[in-house]
Design a protein around this ligand. Structure first.
Ligand SMILES: Nc1ncnc2c1ncn2[C@@H]1O[C@H](COP(=O)(O)OP(=O)(O)OP(=O)(O)O)[C@@H](O)[C@H]1O
Length: 218
């Protein structure tokens, strides 16, 4: 898969995500000891921890799909401090693909919901980049698990968001897919993007990370 620059960052404004003394809970009990993170453009943070330690719960809270029981987060943007949701995109275990829509329709839907205009050739190029060239008119529900993951990840290429929030993004990808995704995230970081992701036992992504957050029992 080739890597074109489909995600240019035209704004060079500095933005910072601050997570301070943050904890999340399930069943009334905190899942992990308080965590702190200062993540800015050009950086990657990796969250690790045993199964059930709260990685997904934490990422959902950061994505605005859950909440913190203690502490919290702030988005420091020079112009629009309330714009976190405009500057971030989350790809979680539930991939957000619409099974009855084709791959192209899925991407067009995502672009439309985002308020961006994308031409079909841009959407096709994104599908091509993630290895779904030739699957433009296939229904998402008919894709394999790895292809569904690739379709979800292709949204990152068209939505032009600075902060990528990725829950186990390498899961279900084959070797070539993992290589592509590693290069894609590296490219994003090197071009002024930022990423917060969870990853089990992924040596090169841990080595690439600027911040490692290991969730410990409280
Ligand atoms: N509705 C719920 N009520 C009570 N506990 C819950 C609920 N939902 C999830 N949990 C628990 O919260 C904990 C954290 O789950 P979470 O999915 O965040 O962990 P994780 O670190 O992402 O795990 P994994 O590595 O297996 O993906 C788990 O122990 C889970 O059983």
């Amino acid at each position: 898969m080739s890597l074109n620059n489909l995600n240019p960052h035209t704004s060079l404004q500095s933005t910072i995500l601050h997570i301070s003394h943050a904890q999340c809970q399930k069943g009334g009990e905190p899942l992990f000891a308080p965590i702190n993170l200062r993540l800015e453009r050009g950086e990657m943070a990796v969250i690790s921890g045993r199964n059930g330690s709260g990685k997904t719960t934490l990422l959902e809270a950061v994505a605005g799909l859950g909440s913190f029981c203690e502490g919290g987060m702030e988005f420091d943007h020079p112009d629009s401090p309330d714009s976190w949701l405009q500057h971030s995109h989350y790809v979680g275990h539930f991939l957000g693909n619409k099974a009855s829509l084709t791959c192209l329709e899925n991407l067009n839907f995502a672009a439309t919901m985002n308020g961006s205009s994308s031409h079909e050739n841009q959407l096709s190029a994104a599908l091509d980049q993630v290895g779904l060239g030739g699957y433009e008119y296939h229904h998402a529900g008919d894709l394999s698990a790895g292809q569904k993951k690739r379709l979800a990840l292709s949204r990152l290429l068209i939505l032009n968001k600075t902060y990528w929030l990725l829950d186990e993004p390498f899961v279900n990808l084959d070797v070539a897919g993992c290589d592509w995704l590693f290069e894609c995230i590296s490219h994003h970081i090197n071009n002024g993007g930022a990423a917060l992701l969870t990853a089990h036992d992924n040596k090169r992504i841990h080595e690439k990370a600027d911040h490692l957050i290991h969730l410990e029992r409280p």
